[in-house]
Design a protein around this ligand. Structure first.
Ligand code: ATP
Ligand code: MG
Ligand code: MG
Ligand code: MG
Length: 491
């Protein structure tokens, strides 16, 4: 029997193939082709950007596209859409995820887009209507943008009750690919996991109880370098639904990590590391951050495998630096929290290839290469981790009564051994030794200025902080594990 994820993905693609003949296209590589505005492909629409902007070569195959459907490999770990910091802390943001999408290029518009989406969710996938909430663009007076009352009327006519229809502003309901590029008002569908009476108050509130699943964007503008909005020559539909989140709904789970896309990876983590089994705890309930480590490792190994298969390696700048940091983040959680042995991270790759290989064959074709690259990078980092520990011990022995660690030594650990600053801080805290973080920040600032890298630090650095301590701010919450059978039957 095929895993439910395979069936759910395939059902989406077939549904749109059957509706006015959407052309099924393969996922593009996660490396953006000829688009310096992106570090990674962050949405299904990226590869169609020239169509939206009206710059597509009229003789190319792409110029012929009217209706398209696909399942796109997306990475959100840098740039405008950066979810790295949420990974592990919540159960529905990943650095790598699959985006199911359908497009109309100057063909159908709002009415058909909404009614097909509603039919697929409620009749094909069988999700009860009363669990769904829909948002639409409420307009922005200052910017001279009107509310999208057309979408509101369409949803009402499809049977969405007024109490389940909510207007939001630019941040939530005006989708933009990046700092520049195609954009427009959007209407989004959210799922209420709890069946709660006040679910409408939780829409767009970062609550695990009501989670956004599908975004329908009406592409009408190009955001220019000077920040202005230029109307596009034609109007288009661009939709994106996270497969992991949809699957969670259909399997009747509360967490993406409990679906068949992740649970075999969690099992492999347990077997390779010997850590206690995954319990699905979040925040303070997750004492020792064991479950967070499981989630971070499972997420990051997928991202590394997909990116390396597409030819992006951990390295020293741009997207490759992001991958290096993702790898180090995973290795650190694995070795420090799960107490996993060397070689652990790469040992998970065959499981990832098993799960995603049917949809993305490049993972199977490149498994050995992925394993080797992860192992080399892991060994590098473990060696510096060891050297770093020795340097810390040695420094402390030299001044046995010091309460503060010398800032210059900490800086050199960071600068020369690639230690994340918060890791040094964490290791010192365990020994009850202080560290002047303000002074370190200043050094980092000076260094960045020297290199003229300010922009990079803003965009990339933020996601690297691993301040495990701030988890304490998260609410105490346990996510129950439910049985294996799908919740909503569909064909
Ligand atoms: P959120 O508000 O939850 O961060 P988003 O509004 O940033 O999501 P969109 O840019 O609208 O997301 O992307 C379309 C869909 O892709 C979302 O509705 C969601 O199902 C899925 N998605 C977005 N980001 C992620 C992610 N980091 N991990 C998994 N799925 C995601
Ligand atoms: Mg987001
Ligand atoms: Mg959103
Ligand atoms: Mg959205």
């Amino acid at each position: 029997r095929r895993p439910l994820s395979t069936q759910v993905r395939e059902t989406f693609l077939r549904f749109f193939e059957g509706r006015g003949g959407h052309l099924r296209l393969p996922s593009s590589s996660v490396r953006p082709r000829g688009d310096p505005s992106l570090l990674f492909v962050n949405a299904g629409m990226n590869q169609f950007k020239p169509i939206f902007l009206g710059t597509v070569d009229p003789r190319s195959e792409m110029a012929q596209y009217r209706r398209v459907v696909n399942s796109q490999k997306c990475v959100r770990a840098g740039g405008k859409h950066n979810d790295l910091e949420d990974v592990g802390r919540d159960v529905y943001h990943h650095t790598f995820f699959e985006m199911l999408g359908n497009w109309s290029f100057g063909d159908y518009f709002k009415e058909e887009a909404c009614s097909m989406a509603w039919e697929l969710l409620t009749q094909v996938y069988g999700i009860p209507r009363d669990r769904l909430y829909v948002t639409y663009f409420g307009g922005d007076l200052a910017l001279g943008l009107e509310a999208d009352d057309v979408s509101r009327e369409i949803w009402l006519s499809l049977g969405v009750p007024a109490g389940h229809l909510l207007p939001f502003g630019m941040k939530e309901n005006f989708w933009e690919m990046g700092e520049t590029g195609p954009c427009g008002p959007c209407t989004e569908i959210h799922y209420d996991h709890m069946g709660g009476r006040n679910a409408s108050a939780l829409v767009n509130q970062d609550s695990p109880d009501v989670v956004e699943v599908w975004n329908l964007v009406f592409m009408q503008y190009d955001r220019e370098g000077d920040g202005s909005l230029r109307p596009l020559p034609q109007r288009h539909v661009d939709t994106g639904m996270g497969l992991e989140r949809l699957l969670t709904v259909l399997e009747g789970k509360q967490s993406n990590y409990d679906t068949d896309l992740f649970s075999p990876i969690l099992t492999a983590i347990q077997q390779s590391s010997g850590a206690p089994p995954y319990q699905g705890l979040l925040g303070n309930a997750d004492t020792g951050h064991m479950d967070m480590a499981y989630r971070v490792v499972a997420d990051h190994v997928r991202t590394l495998a997909v990116c390396i298969a597409d030819g992006a390696y951990p390295g020293m700048s741009g997207a490759e630096l992001v991958l290096r940091r993702i790898l180090r983040r995973a290795v650190r959680f694995a070795s420090e929290v799960l107490q996993a042995p060397p070689g652990f991270l790469a040992s998970l790759v065959p499981t990832v290839a098993e799960i995603l290989g049917p949809a993305y064959p490049e993972l199977k074709q490149n498994t050995d290469r992925i394993v080797n690259i992860i192992n080399e990078n892991e060994a590098d980092f473990l060696a510096s981790l060891q050297r770093g520990c020795r340097i810390i011990d040695h420094t402390l022995q030299q001044a046995p009564h010091a309460q503060e660690f010398p800032v210059d030594v900490a800086w050199s650990l960071h600068r020369n051994l690639g230690f994340p600053l918060d890791l040094i801080n964490l290791m010192l805290k365990e020994k009850d030794i202080g560290l002047n973080l303000t002074a370190l920040d200043q050094l980092a600032e000076e260094e960045a200025q020297k290199k003229g890298e300010n922009q990079q630090r803003e965009g990339l650095g933020r996601g690297l902080q691993l301040d495990v301590h701030s988890l304490a701010e998260l609410q105490r919450r346990a996510i129950p594990t439910t049985d294996e059978s799908p919740k909503y039957a569909y064909t």
